[in-house]
Design a protein around this ligand. Sequence first.
Ligand code: SF4
Ligand code: SF4
Length: 371
Amino acid sequence: MTSISKNNLDTIKACRYCPMCRQSCPSEFISYKESDTPRGRAMLLQSVYIAGKEYDKSTVEAIYNCFVCGSCKSWCSGFEIGAYNIPELIKFARKDIVRKGQTLEVVESIKSSLLESDNPYQIVKSASFSQIIEEKKADVLYFMGSEINFRNPEIARAAIKIFNHLNISYTLLKNEPESGKILDLLGYPDEAIIKAGQIYSRIINSGCKKVVVSDPLAYDAFKNDYPGWGFKFDSKMKILHMSEYLAELVKSGSLELAKTTEKITLADSEFLGRFNAVFEAPREIIKSSAGDNFVEMRWNREKLLSTGEAAFTFNDRLFTQGDKLGEKIRIQAHDIDCTIIITLSATAKNNIGDHADIKAVDIAEFVAELI
Ligand code: SF4
Ligand code: SF4
């Protein structure tokens, strides 16, 4: 039996009989199965790490059906004492599953796609936005993340419009590599570290003083994973999410947005908000233009509804039900009569989608439209 840390064991012991956060779990909302709840996962992991049972396919699926969104963590009063952290337990279990050679076919194919083409969707490398980039030395390095690079180039174009408008010296990475975060989340830390090493050298070689990141997963990796993987950025180098970067410019008076009369709300990001406490920056930007027309949804900040930023697979298939997560957010926005939902990741934008009465707009697009 693989050795498991005391914290992970404590999580299993506490969560296996506790129903208190299940209403917040987005994977349970997709499948309505007990095994897709926080408690269900803890019971399955108890069978492996306490009772000594082998992993079987249904247990492995339940572990990969978790979106590592941290909603259970936010709703758990026990987490205040640092004891019960299901996302950490899931990450441990996935690494163990991979070590034992029992991972799912779909997970293996995502891994191959990330290693070969820097995206999880089997899209050929030559289809990326970043293959047309002319990389240069610059003060700001803009890092898109694979979702924007392969599916949402309009967000990168909005960011470029802002940089040009402000005469910022910026660059992107030609053929931008994946940050390694998805590989790590899926249970492949060695491969993640190889990717991280490649990106780290390229960031350092760019001579930049700031890395501005649109993808919350990459942001979380740069801030929280890279130092532990041996890639610590100099303390003078700033890593900022696009919303933090733009909020600084708004606060300093370097960026002024036209006023909007649209009623606007914000879909908080799980990796930016829950795991990095970035909640206020996007609000400051939106309020600078919308004023009182900015309205909060019922579930916001720590209690945000998950946008699916780390939802990659479900029941041994690529995850394709992001619209169900987006629909829950749209309903909340509808309840407060908003017509625009500002998003902080391309995944959130895609899952919420464009609908007749409500549209999802990335924070960079929102700003680019109003300069
Ligand atoms: S995370 Fe907290 S609330 Fe959720 S099952 Fe575990 S102990 Fe209960
Ligand atoms: S991390 Fe999210 S998907 Fe996973 S068990 Fe917790 S609430 Fe459910």
